[in-house]
Design a protein around this ligand. Structure first.
Ligand SMILES: [Zn+2]
Length: 375
């Protein structure tokens, strides 16, 4: 009799228990691109050409954007900076200066040979020796590669990953060649496409004024200004190829574990099973809150062991937190009372608190390679 009476209450109890545990169902995800920009765009420059030093890099600096430069290392010579001239070899000093300004220096191999034609030992040399030379001459370890002639296959791709995190496998091209863009209007369409399609596009550029695929430097500069405006308006993430690829790889391998969640705070760990020396790009974590109704203008985020606040952006129903993947707990507080100013105390509290067993594996789509031949 008792049992039968109790049964009708069971669904209600289950429902109530769902509501009771709801605050622990914290939702922490990684946005598709940094800061939840809808689209992403990388400028890649091939072949270590003088006009890249004369025009492209200074224009990027003027506008406030970063690009990726892929050097054919055997073509670069020792010598003074600042003497780049069309038709002359470029110098390591010039590329070092460009690297020092925050641009990416990547490998376009030693000799610009079609890698799909090489035997294993020669293939390995083109990939590893070029990276070694860049490290010796510039002091940075290159992490990405542009394939000569954009030619690759599964064997080349596998060998590439022994030295680099990624290579360019699809691109939109610039210059005075059929099907490429060489006016500001046509160039702007590329980035508009990345925004509208919420995609990552890679611009491939050779010389601005050398014979192959040239363009009017002034039109390219206007295009860069257009890109910078899209970035300032929150529509397009323009960064180096390496930085965007790192973000996407980190996002694919991140493992988020919610540790605590209340109406006014959440804490979680976000670990990626990757080499933390190379994969050092902050991910953007979106922490959903359905809290008190008040806008949490004073939201703050900290990483355990650090007194430096993590960058946060507060939106209507979520807080975006920028943090590099790692073991240390990330605490976010939107009580508006600066309750986690004292990070040590907050972290002790968070670590000691009840741990949700629920784990969130966030994954993204990998970019599919498209083969498109061009020099
Ligand atoms: Zn090339």
């Amino acid at each position: 009799m008792r049992t039968r009476l109790a049964l009708p209450y069971l669904p209600a109890l289950l429902l109530a228990s769902l509501f009771l545990t709801a605050p622990l169902q914290a939702q922490v995800t990684v946005t598709k691109f940094s800061k939840d920009f809808p689209g992403a765009y990388a400028f890649t420059f091939d072949d270590a050409l003088p006009s890249q030093i004369i025009y492209a890099a200074p224009y990027l600096d003027q506008v406030g954007l970063k690009g990726s430069f892929y050097l054919i290392t055997n073509n670069v010579i020792d010598g003074a900076a600042g003497n780049a001239a069309i038709g002359k070899p470029t110098t390591w000093a010039d590329w070092k200066a460009i690297s020092d300004k925050g641009h990416e220096i990547g490998s376009h191999t030693l000799t610009h040979t079609d890698l799909t034609t090489l035997a294993a030992d020669a293939l390995g040399r083109e990939l590893t020796e070029s990276a070694k030379i860049i490290k010796e001459k510039i002091g940075i370890t290159p992490v990405t590669l542009a394939y000569p002639y954009n030619a690759f296959n599964a064997t080349v791709g596998k060998a590439m990953l022994q030295t680099y995190i990624a290579a360019r496998t699809s691109q939109v091209a610039y210059g005075d060649v059929a099907g490429f863009a060489n006016t500001t209007e046509a160039m702007n369409k590329y980035v508009d496409g990345a925004v509208a399609g919420k995609s990552f596009q890679i611009g491939m550029i050779h010389g601005l004024t050398e014979p192959y695929a040239p363009m009017d430097p002034a039109q390219f500069l206007e295009h860069l200004k257009y890109c910078k405006k899209l970035m300032d308006d929150g529509k397009l993430w323009v960064a180096t190829f390496g930085e965007i690829r790192k973000y996407l790889i980190e996002k694919d391998s991140i493992h988020i574990t919610i540790k605590t969640q209340t109406a006014t705070e959440a804490s979680f760990t976000a670990e990626a099973s990757l080499d933390s020396v190379r994969f050092n790009v902050p991910l953007t974590f979106a922490v959903a809150y359905s809290g008190t109704g008040a806008a949490p203008a004073g939201a703050k985020a900290y990483r355990a062991g650090s007194a430096t606040p993590l960058p946060v952006t507060v939106e209507a129903d979520r807080i975006l937190v920028q943090a590099v993947p790692g073991k240390a707990l990330i605490s976010v507080d939107w009580s508006g009372t600066a309750a986690i100013h004292e990070t040590a105390a907050a972290n002790r509290r968070a670590v000691g608190a009840r741990t949700s067993k629920r784990k969130y594996l966030v994954s993204g789509k990998r970019l599919l390679p498209q083969i498109k031949k061009s020099p």
